[in-house]
Design a protein around this ligand. Sequence first.
Ligand SMILES: [Zn+2]
Length: 198
Amino acid sequence: MDRQRRRILKKRAAASGDKRIQALLNVLNHGQNPRFHPSIVVEFRSLVKQLRDLDELFRSNPKLFRQDNGEHIEIFKQINLVLSRYKVFLRILYSFRYGKPNPQGWESAWFRANDSEQECIEMQLILTIIEIAQNERIQLLVQCQECKKWLFARVSSQKFCSEKCRDKFHSSNEADKKRRAAWARQKYARKVRSKKGV
Ligand SMILES: [Zn+2]
């Protein structure tokens, strides 16, 4: 394989990863997406949260995971309960069905074991969530502190989806601080007045 081809393949792998993360964000952000029952969206959101909890637990106490009792066991149970509901098999298909074929002319898709004609589109999303967690990047899957939109942070300190949200959050926080300070001043003044018997 020459260098150029290798570069193209590397780029393509990164792009397909981005595409999958984007597809996941679309679902997390659109609870009313008609492709999915709202309960599925709730389930995905809680799966992300549980994996984040697990990640935090492991970071704070890695030794805990050698034990078969502890807080982590309950999270494992809950995650495995969700995963056990997906009984699927993989199938390869001509990729012309969405118009443009894949470079190799086919693609793979998950189908439901109990209904071999029905594609299980949730499966790829679940695998994407698991893969993000396995790559130690689950803490990057967060909600904007201002508008609550889900995003995949570029750096761990990113807390907002946009500059607009960041500014809005800080300005409303600032206004809130001022309001509280004014209220405290008023309260103090009242106390002083009542002590003086004014
Ligand atoms: Zn936002």
